[in-house]
Ligand binder design. Structure first.
Ligand code: NAD
Length: 484
């Protein structure tokens, strides 16, 4: 595999690497250094038209190829990702600011797993049949055609492949757009697809911003389904454009997840995991537990220990193995997080640790680094506890009993995930049932089985990804009833 990254990245359309038809590019910055290091195409509807035409041309061939053929090529993509894990991880870290060890351990490994999982999945995807003594019903599933996949910057290749792999496995041709903030591993995926022998035009990767490129995908009348992961704001807008066109829509949106800690939990495991669920990836995971809700009898003990451990986390150069946190993704996002911390102060929040930017020396002196920040003293209804910050910032609240814990957890308009810490399984199940979220973890966090449905309720989105859910989303069904 070729890992030189050209200064001007190109779109991957119809099996060719080509620049944007407009000639316009966007600067791409390494957030750890604050320096521009590539330019990416700012594509628009003209580039999307070319991509859709290429996808339509190859669709009959790809959709009619058997599951074995799809398995072989998707599995080969997984192999190539694994064979080049170190180079891909470095590219991801330079683009996103996350620690290199995290890119290796989680992001790139999971991108390979996504392809392997759906390559295998399509070999087992079966039709349903419902019979009576006189009739047989069978439900066939067909690929939709050309579909759009739009993804965010926080887990760039991981989330990009989480959509593309099932869409391809189900027999669709794909127009995919990565975030304009983290385009490089998506660009490299084009080369990987080519080397793996995926037929030209089956996967088209088009770069650009949301307003020009993303919007053109959502509006294109020949793109019949949109799988989107990103902010609730953009998701709401996309729904308003796609719904009147009766497109299939999957929306995986923001989160403001509660982490509920009962006094009877396994303390050591809870503390170790809560540090991760608060600050992994600089708090930029939609599943991070940003509202920590603690039983009042252990509140002070938790606070003292958690603040001490969070303060000891090393924020540093993402290339340094010792860094637990790297840079946040962009200057815009850095400014947004710092302004959320200011809002928390104005709302009466007390900053227990962190609360400001960090200036590093050497190659990272212009980078976007923020200290792990813990805030207490705010009620459930303030902006800080209602709106997603998506950075290394968490709040602490106390609860008195189970009812109070559930009420605090449900106060927020988001409903993606929740984590519950207790050794009482009956209590855990009650809280799990009554907490408004699509994903619940008990005594664990980010424990993902790719077969399980993934997604949220309330402002966290519509629909589920993962396992059969994803293959069902990317197919249309037709029931055939025969009276014999
Ligand atoms: P974003 O909404 O700004 O952008 C996401 C993607 O959508 C980008 O590729 C962007 O270019 C594109 N886009 C923006 N406006 C568009 C439009 N009008 N039409 C079409 N495409 C458009 O989100 P972000 O800042 O990149 O990512 C962070 C957000 O993603 C957070 O809110 C986070 O919670 C969410 N997220 C959710 C999940 C989940 O599974 N629920 C996973 C990861 C991230």
């Amino acid at each position: 595999m070729q890992f030189d990254i050209p200064f001007h990245l190109e779109n991957y359309i119809g099996g060719n690497f080509i620049g944007p038809l407009s000639g316009n590019f966007i600067e791409n910055i390494n957030p750890a250094t604050g320096k521009a290091y590539t330019n990416i195409p700012n594509s628009n509807e003209k580039d999307i038209n070319v991509a859709v035409a290429a996808a339509k041309r190859i669709f009959p061939e790809w959709s009619n190829s058997g599951p074995q053929q799809k398995f072989k090529v998707l599995n080969r993509i997984a192999d190539i990702i694994e064979e080049n894990l170190d180079d891909l991880a470095l590219a991801e870290t330079n683009d996103n600011g996350k620690p290199l060890w995290l890119s290796k351990k989680v992001d790139i490994k999971r991108a390979a797993d996504n392809f392997r999982f759906f390559a295998t999945g399509i070999m087992h995807f079966a039709s349903e049949s419902h019979n009576t003594p006189q009739t047989i019903n069978f439900t066939k599933r067909f690929p939709i055609g050309v579909v759009g996949c739009i993804s965010p910057w926080n887990l760039p290749l991981y989330l990009f492949t989480w959509k593309i792999a099932p869409a391809l496995a189900a027999g669709n041709c794909v127009i995919a757009k990565p975030s304009e903030v983290t385009p490089v591993t998506a660009f490299l995926l084009g080369r990987i697809a080519k080397e793996a022998g995926l037929p030209d035009g089956v996967l088209n990767i088009v770069h650009g911003d949301g307003a020009n490129c993303g919007e053109a995908i959502v509006k294109h009348k020949e793109i019949k389904a949109i799988s989107f992961t990103g902010s609730t704001r953009a998701g709401k807008h996309i729904a308003s454009v796609a719904a009147p066109m009766f497109k299939k829509l999957s929306l995986e949106l923001g989160g403001k997840n509660p982490n509920i800690i009962f006094a009877d939990c396994d303390w050591e495991k809870m503390m170790k995991t809560t540090l991760q669920s608060s600050f992994s990836n600089q708090g930029q995971i939609c599943l991070c537990g940003s509202r920590i809700i603690i039983e009042d009898s252990v509140y002070e003990k938790f606070k003292t220990e958690f603040v001490e451990k969070a303060t000891a986390l090393t924020v540093g150069d993402p290339l340094d193995e010792k860094s637990k946190l790297g840079a946040v993704v962009s200057k815009n996002h850095f400014d947004k997080i710092l302004s959320c911390i200011e809002t928390a102060k104005q709302e009466g929040g007390k900053i227990l640790c962190g609360g400001s930017a960090i200036k590093l020396d050497g190659r990272c002196e212009e980078g976007y680094f923020i200290q792990p920040t813990i805030i207490e003293g705010l009620g459930p209804n303030c902006k800080t506890n209602m709106e997603e910050i998506f950075g290394p910032v968490v709040t602490l609240q106390k609860f008195s009993d189970v009812e109070n814990a559930i009420a605090l957890a449900n106060e927020c308009n988001y409903g993606l995930s929740a984590t519950i810490w207790t050794s009482d399984i009956s209590k855990a199940l009650r809280v799990a049932d009554e907490t408004e979220a699509g994903i619940i973890w008990v005594n664990t966090w980010l424990n993902r089985d790719l077969r399980t449905p993934f997604g949220g309720i309330k402002n966290s989105g519509v629909g589920r990804e993962g396992g059969w859910e994803a293959l069902k989303f990317f197919t249309e069904q037709k029931n055939i009833c025969i009276d014999y």
